[in-house]
Design a binder for this molecule. Structure first.
Ligand code: GDP
Ligand code: MN
Length: 398
């Protein structure tokens, strides 16, 4: 999905479409395609961690398994030379909060001796309609940082899915990245496997950071970040991955009510009918200088129950400071929408002020029904822009 003119960027194209793997799951996924990874065990207690370390052999690395990067910096990646050190690190890492993710699973793997840390990833470049490969000898650190400080250090290739990644193109790519020349063959072999894992494995993202060269000269995946395309779920056995997904609580609640909802970071709660209108609503909120708290499409039939469910989900989000209901009546008539909103307000005690823009079929009748209910907590505006401005204003005041 591309950036809209106002800079709003959906986190997902559709809800529940992506399956994010934990590092160890990503490594198991890579291993199926012959990519070298370290032997290890996922565990959930200190005792299991020690047993796992004894089984794989010292020294080991104790690694937090959370859906977040930067674990090393957060203290979630530690080297251990013996059982006491495993005990200490596992004890500290279990329960550790890494960017809001509490560590419940740790991965114990054989430690590697590192001589180089590189970066590689494959993602889909939707605007180019091609796969994008990025390779850099500046690995280990955040790639965003490399992109800003030293963009020339990232070698990019765009791969037409029909052509695939050929060995000769892959070799040129490796040479362009200026990796250590002695590992060119090893890097080419691994990258071809990674491309196969990414395409045949139905991934939207396959990233290795760092891709290491060991002191013995072998190229090896030391970390794994994989996002699978849930639309391909029927082709795979992904139940285990599903079990460890962390979903936005607001999204869980909305989906339980059958609503199309995506949680965002802003303060203006948004309810609209139709995905197109919901997207435009996010844009006008941005244009008015505000930030949407969510995307919520209530679809065609905006009856009181659906509207109440939508308001409930938005009301439960503590970040919401105002609510913008943007309805364009089509098959759904304006007076039905108005009745829905009035009914919903009787069912749910809404804390944030609401701004309504009601247009389309029988909008006048709808507005007449709403008129006696209007107050400083329920405002009606004739146009989308005016309504957005009012909602943003109210969000800033509260
Ligand atoms: P991230 O911080 O979440 O990206 O976690 P990583 O798995 O990438 O680990 C962070 C860093 O820890 C790596 O860049 C390495 O420098 C270091 N590290 C991880 N595993 C090993 C290992 O087996 N041996 C050594 N020497 N360092 C490691
Ligand atoms: Mn990493």
């Amino acid at each position: 999905m591309s950036l809209s003119p106002f800079g709003y960027r959906p986190q997902r194209v559709t809800t529940f479409s992506a399956v994010d793997l934990l590092e160890y799951q990503g490594k198991q996924f890579f291993a199926q395609f012959g990519i070298p990874v370290s032997d290890g065990r996922p565990v959930t207690t200190v005792d299991e961690a020690v047993a796992a370390a004894e089984a794989v052999g010292y020294p080991v690395v104790v690694k937090a398994q959370v859906h977040a990067g930067g674990r090393g910096k957060a203290g979630g990646v530690k080297l251990a030379n013996n059982a006491d050190e495993v005990r200490e690190h596992a004890g500290n890492i279990l329960g550790l909060d890494i960017s809001g993710h509490i560590t419940r699973i740790i991965w114990i793997e054989i430690a590697s001796d590192i001589s180089e840390e590189y970066y590689v990833s494959f993602t889909l470049d939707r605007s180019a309609k091609k796969h994008l490969g990025m390779l850099s000898k500046e690995g280990g650190v955040e790639i965003e940082q490399v992109a800003v400080e030293n963009p020339d250090a990232i070698a990019k290739i765009w791969i037409d899915p029909v052509d695939g990644l050929t060995e000769s193109v892959c070799r040129d790519w490796v040479l362009a990245a200026n990796l250590n020349p002695s590992i060119t063959d090893g890097a080419v072999a691994l990258l071809l496997k990674l491309y196969t894992a990414y395409t045949d494995g139905d991934a939207d993202l396959a990233e290795i950071n760092p891709l290491i060269v060991k002191t013995d000269g072998k190229v090896h995946a030391l970390d794994a970040k994989v996002t699978l395309d849930n639309n391909a779920q029927y082709r795979h056995e992904w139940d285990e991955y599903e079990a460890t997904q962390v979903r936005d609580e607001r999204e869980e609640a909305a989906h339980a009510k059958g609503l199309q909802y995506v949680g965002l970071d802003g303060t203006v709660g948004v309810i609209a009918n139709g995905a197109g209108l919901a997207m435009s609503t996010l844009d006008v909120v941005n244009q008015a200088g505000g930030k949407p708290a969510n995307f919520l499409d209530i679809g065609g039939g905006a009856n009181a129950e659906v509207m109440a469910g939508a308001l409930q989900v938005i009301n439960d989000d503590p970040n919401v400071k105002s609510i913008f209901i943007n309805i364009f009546g089509g098959i759904t008539r304006g007076e039905e929408v108005a009745k829905g909103i009035i009914g919903a307000l009787e069912m749910v005690n809404i804390e944030a002020p609401i701004v309504i823009r009601l247009d389309g079929t029988n909008a006048e009748e709808g507005r007449a029904l709403l008129a006696p209910h209007l107050s400083d907590k329920l405002v009606s505006k004739p146009t989308m822009l005016e309504a957005a401005a009012a909602a943003v204003e109210l969000a800033k005041k509260n």
